[in-house]
Design a protein around this ligand. Structure first.
Ligand code: ZN
Length: 204
């Protein structure tokens, strides 16, 4: 039991933080960092917290999550691509907006749900978006360079897999792994379920 004798202040009139009732000297109570609660209020609060904690990962609309993630990924990719076309520099730091946009897209389209499955989906979409955006960025830079030397080649927006790999590897520098890691981290962390500290006042 989590009942404790009145504390050492010699003051027995403790009020429940929830209902405001003064607890009798020998009445059972739960002491937390937030103050004392009567047993009834504490049980109710704990049930509410547990319900809220499980609700965040329940009834998830995965189609909506997928749509939100893809929209976010597309938006982030366009931002990075646009930045590159405007500046002529493949500034990898801008790419981290992709991870953030995918995570926010999923969160928005699921009404703020959080779950491991959503985190995995978010990371997958963000990584795919990153590589596709990386293709677009490198493609634009190649086309710009060729245009300056008067040449033209065909590089479709939707390439075949081997061209895709060739172009992406051509533009990939070791340091881009850092940006990719940040993209993945941003995609992951915003959808992590909020965990309750179950050790606190757990005994009833
Ligand atoms: Zn109470």
């Amino acid at each position: 039991m989590n009942t404790q004798p009145a504390d050492s202040k010699g003051e027995d009139s403790v009020e429940c933080q929830q209902c405001g009732r003064t607890l009798a000297p020998h009445e059972e109570r739960v002491l937390t960092e937030g103050g004392a609660f009567c047993q009834t209020c504490f049980s109710l609060l704990k049930d509410q917290l547990n319900a809220a904690a499980s609700a965040q990962s329940q009834d998830i609309n995965y189609s909506a999550a997928l749509l939100g993630g893809l929209l976010g990924g597309a938006g982030g990719a366009v931002v990075w691509w646009g930045f590159t076309v405007l500046t002529g520099v493949a500034f990898g730091l801008v790419a981290i907006v992709i991870g953030f946009a995918v995570s926010r897209g999923i969160s928005y389209f699921t009404g703020g749900k959080r779950a491991l499955q959503l985190q995995v989906m978010s990371v997958a979409i963000a990584a795919a978006s990153y590589f596709y955006a990386s293709y677009l960025v490198t493609r634009s830079l190649i086309l710009q360079q060729l245009a300056e030397s008067g040449e033209t080649i065909q590089l479709p927006l939707l390439p075949n897999p081997s061209d895709f790999v060739t172009i992406v590897s051509a533009g990939f520098r070791p340091f881009d792994l850092v940006f990719l890691a940040i993209v993945v981290w941003e995609a992951w962390r915003g959808l992590a379920p909020i965990k309750l500290d179950r050790t606190q006042g757990a005994a009833t």
